[in-house]
Ligand binder design. Sequence first.
Ligand code: FAD
Length: 512
Amino acid sequence: MHIDARTLPDGSLLEGDVCIVGAGAAGISLALEWAASSRTVLLLEGGGFQYEPAMQELYRGAIVGLPYYPLQAARLHQFGGTTGHWAGFCSTLDPIDFEKREWVSHSGWPLPRRELDPFYARAQSLLELGPDEYAAADWQRRDPTMVPLPVDPRVMWTKMWQFSPPTRFGTRYRNAIVDARNIHLYTHANVCELEANEAVRAIDGLRIRTLDGKELRARARVYVLACCSIQNARLLLASNRRAAGGLGNAHDNVGRFFMEHIEMPCAHLALARSHARYMKMYALELGTTKARGEMAVSAAVQRERRILNGTVSLEPGGLDETAKSTFEWGTPAMLDSLRAWGERGNPGPPPATSPGSTPAPLSFHLLTRLEQAPNPASRVMLGTERDALGMPRAMLDWRLTDLERRSFRVIYEVVGRELGRIGAGRVQVLDWVRGEGAWPGNLSGGWHHMGTTRMHVSPREGVVDPHCRVHDLANLYVAGASVYPTAGAANPTLTLVAMVLRLSDHLKSTLS
Ligand SMILES: Cc1cc2nc3c(=O)[nH]c(=O)nc-3n(C[C@H](O)[C@H](O)[C@H](O)COP(=O)(O)OP(=O)(O)OC[C@H]3O[C@@H](n4cnc5c(N)ncnc54)[C@H](O)[C@@H]3O)c2cc1C
């Protein structure tokens, strides 16, 4: 059932069993789990079915700290949320991502990776991915021409990715949501405040506003925030009527530990032609490729070298193309030395071309997606300006540490050595990767927002408990990547959907 909140009388009360705030990947996945159940689900979505500039403007916020994408462009404020323009790259987190790593402060999830396995399997179909198979051998079995590079598994491995069509939740699941009689979808219903009871032990209701000036209330037995990392933190912080620092914030953790993936061009690979046959495994043709591999540094090397997790993708590109790229791909000196190396030939076996000629190596850009270490100083706060609904705007202070810089360097040292050792080619690292100190001007995130309501068994160190319930608030939960204690190197959406399915099972057991 769908109702546009603007058509309701001012002061209306909406009632249900479960109230989900936000209808993006997280909110829709959760609501679908409850379709056709005996529970009434309120799904409150701030936007409408289409893009609306006035709605998107509510996302505008300030950037302090490292440069970042404009906040009003980094997320979509409409039914379906940011899946309206996500790219669909999916992979699972690795077991090491869940571990306490003593060289990564604040690392460690309160659950092991294997606990997510059944939920990953269920999440595959919601994201319209292929089989729940993420080992290179699985894909090689399906297609024997997909062969991973013969690297030493103690050093490196091929991490598999799958590609969602990409599923646009707003169009793909609109009918399923609207047709479900027990799901009451309210669009244009922006939640502006969570109202806690007097003891600040539970949520009594939500205040909703529409851009045409109406105020409504929603009431349910349990509430789930599914507005994405920046909005989840913003809502908790702005709900400060009964708790000065905002709800769930007794220990000043809300908004902190904002994490991104740092996605950067890092190096150039001159691949020996003898190894060209391996490239099918790493190739990507958007819209066609179902799965591909990326190179990754083993957990053992991450432990030994005390670095963060990261992956390396291979994107075909020649030197001239590199030079013309809009990215700052490298210095002229780097290009010259690489060109000279190419002209001298490569260390692989003799080429199968005409005698006397030295074939140029094949060229690839190496791009890395690195996890950001959890950092309390990297945070979302409230600004002083208010939006059209009277809510304080978000202010993002994105910060990175030396660990990220060092991890980039070590990853390329390891990858370069190993590819050289197997005769696959030579890796020429861009100057910024070798350097220290300030980040280069082309520093870029992957548009992945994580952290801000991190999960921890202790309320002193986290906002939600291992079941995604806000510590100290009996009936408030959080769904989405804002609960991640660490980011891992995989894009966030597959894991966040898996975590939502896990949360749904938990809620079903508590509400029965
Ligand atoms: C350009 C781009 C490319 C990306 N590519 C990938 C990729 O390849 N792989 C990957 O894994 N991830 C990718 N992502 C990230 C992915 O889009 C997000 O992880 C995912 O959409 C997050 O889902 P969510 O439901 O938590 O948040 P969102 O999708 O942002 O949904 C939040 C919902 O809450 C609503 N809302 C917000 N505030 C309120 C409020 N106060 N009241 C009511 N409703 C509210 C919003 O309108 C929205 O519908 C990409 C993102 C971008 C921007």
